[in-house]
Unconditional design. Sequence first.
Length: 386
Amino acid sequence: MKRNNKILDWLDRVAEPSESQVDTLKRIVQNKTKAKQFLKIITQNPRDNKPAYRQIRSFFPVCSDWHQWLWGYNRAYVDFMNGLFQQADCVADILKVIPNLSPWTLEQKFDKVIVGKIPGCFGSEKSFLSLIQKIRKSGVVRTFKHIKKLECRLPDFKKAFPAVQKIDWWNFSARSDFLWQLMREQCGRPFTVCEGKQKYHVSFLCNPFSNKMVFQVKVSDKQTFILKMAPYAFLTTCNERVRKEHEALAIRPDSIYSDALLEFYLKLNRCPHAPDILYYRYDYEVALYAMETGKPLPFSKKGFDFYTFNTQIIPDSIRLGIYMNDINAGNFMISDKDGAIKIIDIGHATFANPLTPGVPGITFMMGNLCGRDYMSINGVLDVEDV
């Protein structure tokens, strides 16, 4: 029976006469050749992942039988994914399948973790990376680092910026307003950076609640980009402590690294909601985007609940297993280019595609600092009480 689901259609084709659906699934995971064919179909069709999982789960009326089959499936899956990872020629080869790849594994495999390409208007990659380092050394970034350092020590912060004593620091709204205004005053003035014969007009988009810096970079009147980077690079790893600091920064929620992987995963799978991310490099901790233009996404005063937003506003994103947790108006835009709703800041997203779960030694669980995580709460409904 044609289901318009390539995973389920493949199962129908390989089923033997008079064989139950459960027996077909058991036979597949017990046969290495068939298991590889099955997993190839699964990894090549991520949008069919969840519907196929739900249907396959319904074939097992007995919960213990289902979990026993899952055990066999997961063993075959881990072997398959390890083989796929070993065969990958570049990060994008494996990133198209799963986005939650651990940085240390990618670094061991590819040495330089690089995805995408630098647009020609920046000259060479070398020129672009030189520009990045000049921005990092700018007075704006030095001021930003100074503010963030003092912010960790409230008595020193109050001495440097006495106006903070007029607000209730522990009132999040008051603290937010104060820090936004302080950042704009201290770091918001545009500046110019020269690299080679090219002048770049740079504006720091001041966000006091992020572990990354975001800049608007104008190359010309017609070419504008968004640059996201850490305040420091990791060009040399002088000891294990520095390596672990870099890894911890990378797997932190809403990091440049985790955001770039999620966004490239959507882009590589041709998701209409994907931002136009162009380039990411791990040792420089930098990501480059074409600046999106368009209309703000209308939000009511009540906003959107998680389920409605993810299923109705960005449906292709969740078909690919990406769930937005940070549902804030500033993170989305209706594109002038194609009229699609774009995720311009993916933030604290969750990746969950049940037939392509985590792989020991290769993946990590994406973090979330938005508070309630819908998937981790409601996902336990699949585990029956004993």
